[in-house]
Design a protein around this ligand. Structure first.
Ligand code: UGB
Length: 593
């Protein structure tokens, strides 16, 4: 009895019945019984129908097509052979690196940052949003704060200053907490109007090859995440990509939630995109065989070629069928044949906006059902359509240029994805641990490399194993983005000096200059200067700074009040007397011991 529902609801039900979805309604109670539950069910169907381009009918027909292909077990890369992609290798510093940083710096005012942060981080096992986790624990800066202050630093370096748009994709799981963090921290100094939150929605699970939507109960669908590729759909449906293009933005840089190292690579990556006129520039690192990172390859076939990410689960079979019968094995240097995709993507807006319009932002959906029988007619559990943001080039024609920029691994990529136990196992197996501890370690490593590049003597400490995960004890160096965004800037501000293997240094401010600074023992020095405060730091310092203390089993237990971001590292730093100099008024200052 449809008459009891509004016309739009009647229409939706009719469409679903035409699409073969009788199971959604066949166990309904008679009118008057459970009407509230029916109402809630129809509301959820309406919501999904509105969010997915083309509505639920399109989702179901896309599913039917993809499931038919999956049943045939078609190798997605059949007939294609992988070759090295067009690339610019920036894995070492030097004139070439500086050249691209200079170019990239000039592009900041035509750039927007897109952060995909809808993932739950189940592998990490953190009870909260990953953006709230501290990327370093000397000052406990969260990932979100680190990204926001990097954006502020980019704005400060624009010739024609403007607000740099910051787009954050959240999900039902991460949205409310992300907003709360932003609001309770005054958007970390950003203007509210430059931050755009887009929420990805869950999609219905599918229980068979006909695309039947799966039910949890009579009046409730099973819903699942649709993947990070949703960002393209949301940038299309919200009109934001086109709007920002019309306002003069030329590049979007896509970043992940817990890879703080991205900021080191960002200026040079943008420079490469600009000079090489890449429509799609994938940032890459040397890949370790078998690791959960896709490989970037130029796939060449009779009809042409396309540079694409081959996701880690598809790589080995492709290599075996083509260029490497042994599969995904290490080369002489211990790396995979092809560079590893780290999902930092630099996309040119002119082509992007056009492709979004043509595709409605639905980028290369795929389905990965686990079949329960050899005839592939039943599933072990309901599946769903998924998308990955790095698949955009699948929609490119011969006119679009795809390239890869290779950076030194830990300089550009050290994600925080795994809990301690899994991270230690990965380390044992020779794979990158990608844990909270290693992400923090590499954060300091980048600071050390910058000082070294500027000519300071940096004495490196040994690695300590903390519950089987390696951590280099120092020196711990944080050069905030406010201090420098490029290596040239660091060189201009640092002259000579030395830092001992246990020391710590934090510099936060645009006009701080080190002249022969010497930090010995476990000395810690923290300098913070507001805009307009010129600070010259000289000579030797000697104090009791930060010491690493391992957490006991009790402190790591769920009952302990130790903050969770420390528990997932199994250590904390104790401060016994770091010297802090803070300048909140413009002026000229000298800091000497
Ligand atoms: N994410 C979302 O925003 N929404 C989602 O629905 C899912 C994720 P994962 P994955 O660089 O280490 C990718 O789960 O998918 C966000 C690449 O495919 O950590 O296993 C999430 O919040 C792979 O080629 O990654 O693997 C996070 O910010 C390789 O590049 C981001 O998407 C690998 O990342 C990544 O999510 C890597």
């Amino acid at each position: 009895n449809l008459a009891q529902f509004s016309e739009t609801r009647q229409e939706l039900i009719a469409q679903l019945l035409v699409a073969g979805q009788t199971q959604l309604f066949e166990n309904w109670d008679t009118p008057g019984v459970n009407d509230e539950a029916k109402d809630a069910f129809l509301t959820s169907l309406e919501k999904i129908n509105t969010n997915y381009p083309g509505g639920l009918s399109a989702y179901i027909s896309n599913a039917q097509i993809l499931l038919a292909q999956a049943k045939e077990s078609k190798n997605p890369f059949e007939g294609l052979s992988p070759e090295q992609p067009d690339n610019v290798n920036l894995s070492e510093f030097g004139d070439k690196y500086d050249h691209y940083e200079t170019l990239g710096l000039q592009q900041f005012e035509k750039t927007a940052i897109v952060l995909v942060a809808g993932g739950l981080g189940e592998r990490l096992g953190y009870n909260g949003i990953k953006l709230d986790i501290a990327v370093e624990t000397l000052e406990s800066t969260s990932y979100l704060e680190h990204y926001a202050s990097s954006i502020k630093a980019m704005e400060a370096r624009m010739t024609n200053p403007r607000l740099l748009p910051f787009i954050i994709m959240v999900s039902q799981d991460t949205g409310p907490k992300t907003l709360k963090t932003l609001e309770s921290n005054n958007y970390f100094g950003l203007q509210k109007e430059q931050v755009f939150i887009l929420q990805q929605e869950l999609v219905p699970a599918i229980s068979d090859n006909n695309g039947s939507l799966a039910l949890k109960k009579t009046y409730e669908l099973i819903l699942k995440p649709h993947g990070h590729g949703d960002i393209h759909m949301l940038l299309y449906t919200s009109g934001l990509a086109e709007k920002l293009a019309n306002k003069g933005i030329e590049h979007f840089v896509f970043i992940q939630d817990t890879n703080g190292q991205v900021i080191n690579a960002l200026p040079a990556a943008l420079g490469v995109s600009l000079e090489k006129e890449y429509d799609f520039n994938s940032i890459a690192v040397n890949r370790i065989p078998g690791e959960a990172v896709g490989a970037l390859a130029k796939l060449v076939g009779p009809k042409g070629e396309l540079t694409l990410n081959v996701e880690y689960n598809q790589l080995d079979p492709l290599l075996r069928d083509t260029v490497s019968p042994e599969g995904d094995v290490p080369n002489a240097q211990g790396f995979s044949m092809f560079p590893g995709n780290i999902n930092i993507l630099c996309i040119r807006l002119t082509s992007y906006v056009r492709i979004l319009k043509e595709s409605q932002g639905i980028i290369a959906e795929f389905v990965n059902p686990k079949y329960a029988d050899a005839s592939k007619t039943t599933f072990k559990k309901p599946t769903r359509l998924e998308t990955m943001m790095q698949d955009l080039p699948k929609l490119f024609g011969p006119g679009e240029k795809v390239g890869v920029t290779i950076f030194a691994r830990e300089w550009s990529f050290s994600a925080n994805k795994n809990n301690i136990v899994d991270a230690a196992a990965k380390y044992q197996a020779g794979s990158p641990p990608e844990s909270s501890a290693t992400a923090e370690d590499h954060f300091y490593m980048a600071g050390r490399s910058k000082l070294q590049e500027a000519g300071m003597t940096v004495n490196a400490a040994d690695n300590e194993l903390i519950l089987g995960v390696p951590f280099q004890l120092g020196p711990k160096v944080i050069l905030r983005p406010s201090f420098a965004m490029t290596l040239a800037e660091v060189r201009n501000k640092v002259s000579g000096g030395s830092i001992s293997d246990q020391a710590s240094l934090i510099l936060d401010g645009r006009d701080i200059h080190l002249e022969g600074l010497e930090l010995s023992g476990s000395t810690a020095l923290i300098i913070k200067a507001c805009d307009g405060a010129k600070v010259t730091v000289k000579g030797p310092f000697n104090n009791e700074g930060f010491t690493l203390v391992k957490l006991s089993e009790e402190e790591r237990s769920p009952e302990s009040t130790v903050p969770e971001y420390l528990k997932i590292r199994a250590y904390k730093f104790e401060n016994s007397g770091a010297q802090i100099y803070e300048f909140n008024e413009p002026g000229e200052y000298t800091v000497e011991n």
